[in-house]
Write a protein that binds this ligand. Structure first.
Ligand SMILES: *[C@@H]1O[C@H](CO)[C@@H](O)[C@H](O)[C@H]1NC(C)=O
Ligand SMILES: *[C@@H]1O[C@H](CO)[C@@H](O)[C@H](O)[C@H]1NC(C)=O
Ligand SMILES: *[C@@H]1O[C@H](CO)[C@@H](O)[C@H](O)[C@H]1NC(C)=O
Ligand SMILES: *[C@@H]1O[C@H](CO)[C@@H](O)[C@H](O)[C@H]1NC(C)=O
Ligand SMILES: *[C@@H]1O[C@H](CO)[C@@H](O)[C@H](O)[C@H]1NC(C)=O
Ligand SMILES: *[C@@H]1O[C@H](CO)[C@@H](O)[C@H](O)[C@H]1NC(C)=O
Length: 665
């Protein structure tokens, strides 16, 4: 439908046909009135009918200092419930290491929930273990790929189930007290995520159901596309079956295909799409709703709410894939389509937390549908404060990636993947000194396929780019003579979080490997003897003196600059929010005060990175440091303009040609 850029069967719409839901058993056995439950047609909160008017916002995509602001805006839109995914890879960055809980910033999910309650909202939790969500590997931690005996994710594979159970149980320990049964805001928990569009391993989903039941005393639900096969694969006995996408088709499919009374209950559209995520690419526009789409959203809201059914807007506020957090879609033509750092989504509340025209219009629709008493309780939206403009900050080169100390350096006969080297994200450099007696010339193949974007250098001079986002990546021919240094710098553009099951024979969730997998060959000759250097770059390198001051001969280069910002007009740091742009840049990453804002790429549509004021040091005498890693500094040199970053008060989305685009012959 609206997601014309993504062709996925589960978003297909079906025709409406009326039929009534069958009675369902209530999932709670308590004799007293349960805090939250449901009957055949209604959710019941403390015994009274409750229509969920929800919206999705994931706390881990929003600076925690801004959670109260965003939640206040969600409530002021007329919504009463927040739906949230939790990203396993951020909660358990290493096997057995828990990065959540009290005081953990954006991983403090319990705090997010209590703030939601203070804002007058309830919460629906979507903990995964797999969440899709346009996130790195659908939220899976990269270390899962290295667990001995783990063969299949999203299945009852004992090794996978053990790790998933441990994660869900640990998360529940943080969140148990937020349940509505304990006076908190948490109403329901989702089992897996759109599982039916992936598989039909009911042993697996039943096991997850049982883990959640052992940890929570509130209802569970599944969420699947509104077609027969997704509902068949994804629904779980004893768990409320919820649909997503177009509500007419979805509700009808629920009526047609779910016959097990233990899965029946009120109708909820668990993901109503407003609007869609952005992909990198010269022909990929930024998604922003037009007037027809906005009118359609309003009609669908009326359709759902007038019938006393429930809905959740996906997303009400998208936020940002900070750092290396984005995932990728595996397209039918075997192309990896990475999502942008921005997860603006064209949503009612934009990436920077400002309300949009869509917000105003849907708020009007929702308020018009609320009973008078509830309408009167909806607060006035807080005003949008302006973004800051930041004058150009001149950047100076300070380190070459080639000379930066890696987190792991290994001498290996054949390349090992990023994961085998204990690295999850970022860049990895493979170096080979050619020692053949006669020169070698031919086409370079970086293992079985590019994973994902391979910059190829001979003696530190870039000779080509092999880019997996193209259906036919460039062919790179290299010539090596004895003593030449061949370097492959490989960027993980984001592991696949979703692929169309029908169109691809390979299960791409089982192939998350980055770096080089397999042998590197030149003209069919295998090269042995490599040094791998891991650069996860969670934080940029500290000063490492430039060995060769001729920028452009250095390979990927770190630049830095400093700036100060004046005290904002109030204590609200949102006045310092800006959109950081690298006007002369081709591709790279940006850090401010050590915080990784994400990736930039000239191809667009994203041309600037959201810089939240929360990470800035305020005051004219305070120094803020910006670091830019430019992967192609030779392009900067060729442009003969200063290398700067600029903060934009008004964001611009645009697409530009890719200087590394493969030649069309
Ligand atoms: C929706 O609920 C209200 C309040 O309980 C009721 O008056 C109305 O008839 C219901 N509408 C439908 C279509 O069921
Ligand atoms: C994609 O790859 C699969 C094998 O993994 C192959 O069967 C299929 O033909 C490929 N599709 C295209 C369009 O290249
Ligand atoms: C570094 O790489 C080696 C392989 O050469 C691997 O065995 C080791 O676990 C890695 N170190 C870390 C800290 O991950
Ligand atoms: C060339 O390098 C390979 C792999 O490191 C090594 O096995 C071989 O002995 C080297 N040959 C010479 C002539 O140095
Ligand atoms: C710097 O790089 C250039 C080009 O690769 C090279 O000609 C020059 O010798 C290098 N200078 C030093 C000091 O290494
Ligand atoms: C900034 O530093 C200068 C020089 O030390 C000082 O005169 C001035 O008062 C300081 N300004 C603020 C706002 O602290």
């Amino acid at each position: 439908m609206l997601l014309s850029t993504i062709s996925i069967a589960l978003w297909t719409t079906c025709l409406w046909a009326a039929s009534s839901a069958s009675p369902a058993s209530t999932p709670t056995t308590s004799a007293a009135t349960p805090a939250f439950t449901y009957n055949a047609n209604s959710f019941l909160l403390h015994g009274a009918p409750y229509i969920i008017i929800g919206g999705q916002m994931d706390p881990q995509r929003v600076p925690p200092e801004y959670w109260p602001d965003r939640l206040a805006k969600v409530r002021a839109m007329g919504l009463n419930t927040i739906f949230s995914y939790v990203y396993w890879n951020l909660m358990e960055p290493q096997l057995g290491t828990w990065a959540g809980g009290s005081g953990s910033g954006s991983n403090d999910i319990a705090r997010f929930m209590m703030l939601a309650q203070e804002a007058g909202l309830h919460v629906v939790l979507r903990p995964g273990p797999y969440i899709c969500g346009e996130r790195e590997w659908g939220g899976f931690p990269a270390w899962l790929s290295q667990v001995t005996d783990l063969k299949t994710v999203r299945s009852h594979d004992p090794s996978f189930l053990e790790k998933a159970t441990s994660y869900l149980t640990r998360l529940a320990a943080d969140l148990k007290d937020t349940q509505v049964t304990k006076g908190g805001p948490l109403l329901m928990v989702q089992v897996e995520n759109e599982y039916g569009s992936y598989g039909k391993d009911h042993v697996y989903t039943s096991a997850l159901r049982d883990v959640l039941r052992a940890n929570y005393d509130i209802p569970l639900y599944t969420n699947d596309g509104g077609v027969d096969w997704t509902l068949a694969g994804g629904s779980v006995p004893g768990v409320l079956a919820v649909v997503d996408g177009d509500p007419r088709g979805g509700f009808n499919a629920r009526r047609l295909y779910i016959k097990d009374a233990s899965m029946l209950g009120p109708l909820l559209d668990g993901e109503y799409y407003t609007l869609a995520p952005d992909f990198w690419g010269t022909t990929q526009p930024h998604n922003v709703p037009n007037t027809q789409q906005t009118a359609a959203f309003a009609r669908d809201l009326e359709y759902v709410l007038r019938a006393n059914n429930s809905i959740s807007l996906y997303m009400v506020h998208g936020g940002t894939n900070f750092g290396w957090g984005n995932g990728a879609l595996w397209r039918n033509n075997n192309v990896s389509a990475p999502f942008t750092t921005s997860y603006d989504y064209g949503a009612p509340i934009d990436e920077s937390g400002r309300t949009t025209t869509l917000y105003t219009q849907l708020r009007k629709t929702i308020l018009g549908l609320l009973p008078e008493k509830e309408r009167a309780a909806v607060p006035t939206p807080p005003p949008n404060v302006p973004h800051m403009a930041l004058p150009a900050v001149t950047l100076t080169p300070y380190a070459s990636l080639f000379d930066t100390t890696p987190t792991n350096s290994s001498s290996i006969a054949s390349p090992l993947t990023m994961e085998a080297l204990g690295q999850a994200y970022g860049l990895i450099l493979y170096e080979h000194i050619y020692n053949g007696t006669s020169p070698l010339q031919g086409v370079l193949l970086p293992g079985d396929r590019p994973r994902d974007r391979v910059l190829v250098y001979v003696n530190s001079r870039r000779v080509g780019v092999i880019d997996s986002t193209y259906e036919r990546p460039a062919t790179v021919t290299v010539t090596l003579k004895a003593g030449d240094r061949l370097q492959l710098l490989v960027e993980n553009l984001g592991r696949v979080d979703y692929y169309s099951q029908e169109a691809t024979t390979a299960n791409m969730l089982l192939d998350p490997y980055k770096g080089v997998r397999g042998e590197v060959t030149v003209g069919g000759t295998t090269l042995h003897g490599w040094t791998s250097k891991s650069h996860p770059l969670e934080v940029p390198p500290t000063s490492e003196p430039l060995k060769n001051t001729t920028v452009g001969n250095l390979g990927p280069t770190f630049y830095r600059g400093t700036f100060s910002v004046d005290t904002p007009p109030s204590t609200e740091t949102a006045y310092l929010d800006t959109f950081l742009s690298v006007p002369a840049g081709t591709k790279g990453a940006v850090w401010v005060n050590g915080f990784h804002l994400g990736r930039y790429w000239v191809v667009g549509p994203q041309q600037s990175l959201y810089l939240p004021g929360t990470i800035l040091k305020v005051g004219v005498n305070q120094t803020n440091e910006v670091v830019v890693l430019e992967l192609e500094p030779e392009n900067v040199v060729a442009k003969k303009i200063p290398f700067t970053v600029v903060g934009l008060a008004d964001r611009v989305w645009a697409n530009h040609p890719d200087p590394d685009a493969p030649l069309r012959l």
